[in-house]
Design a protein around this ligand. Sequence first.
Ligand code: 2AL
Length: 248
Amino acid sequence: MQIRVINPNTTRGMTDTIATAAQGIAAPGTVISATQPAHGPVSIESHFDEAISTVGVLEEIMAGERDRVDAYIIACFGDPGLLAARELTRAPVVGIAEAAFHMAALISTRFSVVTTLSRTGIIAEHLLDQYGFRHHCRRVRAAEIPVLDLEDDGNAALTRIIDEGRRARDEDGIGAIVLGCGGMADLTDEISEAVGLPVVEGVTAAVKLSEALVGLGLGTSKVGDLAFPRPKTFTGRFAHLSELAPDG
Ligand code: 2AL
């Protein structure tokens, strides 16, 4: 089974971190390939960053279809482009935020999210509402670290995440913590050990969910709103999408 992990930002080091975490948890026989868009923001910390990154994510899905990928993971905690990505393929597409929320709800009745910045935390709150997990999540907390500090200033960032995780443990009445950034994919064990709670990380959760979906023979439904987009003319810089022939 081939799983394509798409890091929606364009920082190669973060794509490598995500790929290593995904490969480390994958079952024997699962091949992980990791990609990132050719164009776009180096980190995703706002609605604007998300909107710009989405086109690149969709282009990576189109490339994956040519490679006959079995499942896709969108490895940014805002799950940018998730539903549009599903329209482009019969394969399962799993976002790391939704994967982590689902996994955390299976092992605890209440969890808190520890993410990077307060403003990205608000994006996570929107997703909790959208996915129906508001009841399960006690609080979305921010360690107040810019995303690229996870790459550039790893130890300081880890300390801040652990401090915030301990506050969540002591104040939120929770059973588990969800890590709220793809760039935290390599920190799960250290944080879990330091905080003393189960820690759910989205990239690894998404790999296991993707393997389960493919193993069950379940892919994205093509009935209803996730059907392939209706062919139409695109103008200007998107003219090449007029020739989009999904499932072809
Ligand atoms: C993210 C993420 O996972 N990758 C990125 O660039 N921005 N989201 C976040 N909440 O920090």
